[in-house]
Design a protein around this ligand. Sequence first.
Ligand SMILES: Cc1cc2nc3c(=O)[nH]c(=O)nc-3n(C[C@H](O)[C@H](O)[C@H](O)COP(=O)(O)O)c2cc1C
Length: 141
Amino acid sequence: MSLNCLVYVSLANQEMSDEHLKSLLKKAREKNASLNITGMLLFRDGFFMQALEGDPDDVNNLFSTIAKDARHRDVILVYNKPIKDRGFPDWTMGFNKIDDQSLEAIDGYTEFLKTPTSEFFANRDNEAEALLNQFKHQLFF
Ligand SMILES: Cc1cc2nc3c(=O)[nH]c(=O)nc-3n(C[C@H](O)[C@H](O)[C@H](O)COP(=O)(O)O)c2cc1C
């Protein structure tokens, strides 16, 4: 069975309260469970980064749906590549909210979720992956 991991970044279109985020995640987790999709969503001050992993067709289809969602815009694909093993096998969609303090604690990442341009993300696959991994052991909700 082949597996892909797709990572994108985007900007929220609306104020995302914890209630908004929880309701988004509730539906996402149900659908992801039915599709055997796992991953991680990070949110920092209006800025999303998400990893989706699973069957390549399912991941691509879900990404097309998510990219059209009116709750965010300026969706930039960071990478979509085959993987051997899932990075987030335990999460139908992990979630963490990141603040300046937690970003500053990781060397070199202060600007990371502040500059959502395709130029910035053009060759930052490894950093994006490392950032998602930093937050996978402790979920916000
Ligand atoms: C930032 C963001 C992340 C999302 N992540 C997921 C996700 O992981 N899985 C999912 O099913 N829907 C996710 N959604 C919601 C989808 O865009 C869509 O509303 C949902 O899949 C239901 O689509 P459907 O009614 O066509 O089945 C996300 C939406 C946003 C704005």
